[in-house]
Design a protein around this ligand. Structure first.
Ligand code: EPU
Length: 300
C-alpha cells in the first residue's frame, strides 16, 4: 500500500490503522487509510481521491456506536475528530461534527444555555449524534437541532434544515446518503448554569446506576421495539452474563455487550446472533440493531 492517492494529505493520513484504537468497543481490524482532515476543504478533497483509487469511504465520529469487523479492510476512514470548533451566537450554538457531545453539553451549560441536558452521558461526536438522532428517555438530538452544514461529494458545503434530516427514533437520513455533516446548530434556552448543572447531574447519576458506563461497549446494541424494552426482553430471556470468549451481555444492563478484555468483532457478532435467536424464540420479537456494523458487505 502506498500513500499515493493521498500524497498531499500525508500530514494527517495513516496507513493500516487498527480501528480498535478508534472505537469505544476497542474492537476492529486495520483499514487501508485513516485520514483526519482539519478543514472543510481538506474533507472535500478526500472524496475524489478515494473514488479515483476505487476505495470505499467511511466517516468516523468518535467510534462509540459502531462495531468494526476484524478485517483487514480496503477502506478510507475519514475522521471528523479535528473539526472541533464551537461557536455561540445568542441562544444558538454551533459545533463542528467532531466536537465531543459531552463537551458540547458542558459548554452550553457553562454559557447558561439549556436544552442539551437530556444528552448528558451520551458519548460520541456531534456528527454521529445527529446522524443517529442520539438520545434517551429525556430527549434526543432532533429536539434542539435547527440545521447544519453538509457537503455532498463534488459539491460545495451548504446549509441543511432540520426537516431535511427526516429525524425519527434513532434515525436520520445522514447514514444512508453520501451527505457529510460538517457542523450542527442547536437552538437553546437562556437558563441559569446552576440549574442546568443539577439537571445534567441527575441524568448522569441515573445512567451510572443503570448502565455499564465504565466498560468497553458501543452503548445499546438493539433498538427498543415499539412499546417494548430491548434490555428487559434480553434480561427476561436470561441472557445477562452470556458470553462468547471476551464478549459478554452486561450484568448491569442487558442491552449492552461489553468487551471484557480480548473480544474480537467475530465474538461480538456471534453473541448478537445468540441474543436475537433467544429473544425471538422466547418472545417472538425480532430485535433490530441500533449499533452500526462496519463490514465489507454494507450490512444495514
Ligand atoms: N431493564 C431490565 N433489565 C435490563 C435493562 C433494563 O429489566 O437489563 C428494564 C428497566 O428496568 C426499565 C426498562 O427495561 O424498566 C427500560 O430500561 P432503561 O430505563 O434502562 O432504558 P432503555 O430503554 O433500555 C434507553 C436508551 C438508552 C438511554 C436510556 C436512558 C434505547 C435503545 N436505549 O434505554 O440509550 O441511555 O433509555 O435514557 O433507546 C444508547 O442509545 O446507546 C442508549 C444506551
Amino acid at each position: 500500500m502506498t500513500l499515493l492517492p493521498f500524497a498531499d494529505l500525508a500530514d494527517f493520513t495513516r496507513e493500516n490503522e487498527p480501528m480498535a484504537q478508534h472505537t469505544s468497543f476497542r474492537v476492529g481490524g486495520p483499514v487501508a487509510y485513516f485520514i483526519e482532515p482539519r478543514t472543510w476543504d481538506e474533507f472535500r478533497a478526500v472524496y475524489p481521491r478515494s473514488q479515483d483509487a476505487g476505495l470505499p469511504i467511511r466517516v468516523l465520529g468518535r467510534g462509540s456506536n459502531i462495531l468494526v469487523t476484524d478485517g483487514p479492510h480496503p477502506w478510507v476512514v475519514v475522521s471528523t475528530r479535528r473539526l472541533h470548533e464551537i461557536r455561540r451566537e445568542g441562544n444558538l450554538i454551533s459545533a463542528g461534527a467532531g466536537v465531543s457531545l459531552p463537551k458540547l453539553v458542558a459548554m452550553a451549560e457553562s454559557c447558561g444555555l439549556g436544552g442539551l441536558e437530556p444528552l448528558a452521558g451520551i458519548p460520541g461526536s456531534v456528527g454521529g449524534a445527529v446522524a443517529m438522532n442520539a438520545g434517551g428517555r429525556h430527549g434526543c438530538v432532533a429536539d434542539r437541532f435547527v440545521g447544519g452544514m453538509v457537503v455532498a461529494p463534488g459539491h460545495m458545503p451548504r446549509w441543511a434544515e432540520h426537516g431535511e434530516m427526516e429525524f425519527d427514533y434513532r434515525y436520520s437520513i445522514v447514514p444512508k446518503t453520501h451527505l457529510l455533516l460538517l457542523s450542527a446548530t442547536f437552538e437553546l434556552d437562556l437558563a441559569a448554569p446552576r440549574g442546568l448543572q443539577a439537571q445534567r447531574r441527575t441524568i448522569l447519576a441515573e445512567k451510572r446506576a443503570t448502565q455499564p458506563m465504565k466498560d468497553r461497549s458501543a452503548g445499546c446494541v438493539f433498538k427498543n421495539p415499539p412499546n417494548l424494552s430491548a434490555g428487559k426482553l434480553i434480561d427476561q430471556a436470561g441472557l445477562k452474563g452470556t458470553h462468547v470468549r471476551g464478549a459478554a451481555v452486561s450484568h448491569k444492563h442487558a442491552n449492552f455487550i461489553v468487551n471484557t478484555g480480548n473480544a474480537t468483532a467475530a465474538d461480538v457478532l456471534q453473541l448478537i446472533d445468540i441474543v436475537v435467536q433467544r429473544v425471538r424464540d422466547k418472545f417472538q420479537v425480532t430485535l433490530e440493531l441500533e449499533l452500526e456494523i462496519w463490514d465489507d458487505q454494507e450490512r444495514k
